[in-house]
Design a protein around this ligand. Structure first.
Ligand SMILES: [Zn+2]
Length: 97
């Protein structure tokens, strides 16, 4: 039976409470099973426990929220570096010129 992992919810065993996978079974039931304490829960669609379990489930399949669009800010235009002038270049062969 293929069950699709949809997320994770806290184990409902009050003495455990570890994160446990929540799967959606081929028959559309939720299957919540804790690997630590072996708590198992099936939730039929349309039932209160189904809604509650879904509300508790941290969905793994949720697409990550798209990154906030970064306003295309024009890159600050650096002033072109002034070409360095050879200030007072003197000809070493003819210092007086
Ligand atoms: Zn548990």
């Amino acid at each position: 039976m293929a069950a699709e992992l949809i997320g994770e919810a806290k184990c409902w065993n009050p003495r455990c409470g570890k994160p446990a996978p929540v799967k959606l079974t081929a028959t559309k039931k939720l299957f919540h099973r804790c690997d630590w304490c072996d708590f198992k829960q099936y939730a039929d669609p349309g039932t209160m426990v189904y809604r509650d379990l879904m509300a508790e489930t941290t969905r793994a399949a949720d697409p990550a929220p798209p990154p906030a669009p970064v306003a295309a800010e024009p890159a600050p235009i650096a002033p072109a570096p002034e070409p360095k002038k050879r200030a007072s270049w003197t000809n070493p062969m003819n210092p007086g010129a």
